[in-house]
Design a protein around this ligand. Structure first.
Ligand SMILES: [Zn+2]
Length: 115
């Protein structure tokens, strides 16, 4: 039996690094410790969330978010869901696949961009 160990620092090990707060992809640092957050505001939010969850005695699987953050996440998900429905309809209507894909990419890009 062969066990494959991922190579430290090898391809794949850091390519899917994501911000611990917002889950946006992180770019690898050429030197120094790998970044855990994409921006200072994410670091700050994560810090505040950890502090608050400690105060409330929450477990690792529990999280407090503001109503605004939850509404924002729901709005973004709804936009992606609507775009998916539109893409399915367009494909069924015979719209060229590359046009459907372009629209999907545009929508998802705008939804996942910073605000
Ligand atoms: Zn982030």
């Amino acid at each position: 039996m062969t066990i494959h160990h991922p190579e430290p620092g090898g391809r794949g090990s850091g390519d899917d690094l994501r911000c611990e707060w917002c889950r946006r992809p992180l770019h690898r640092q050429p030197i120094g410790r790998p970044k855990r957050f994409c921006r200072q505001s994410c670091r700050q939010r994560a810090y505040e969330a950890r502090r608050r969850s400690t105060e409330l005695g929450l477990g690792d699987d529990e999280l407090v978010v503001t109503r605004n953050e939850l509404d924002d996440a729901r709005d973004r998900l709804a936009e992606v869901t609507d775009a998916l429905d539109a893409a399915r309809t367009d494909l069924a209507d015979g719209v060229a696949a590359h046009r459907v894909l372009d629209r999907l990419i545009d929508t998802i890009s705008s939804v996942t961009e910073t605000n």
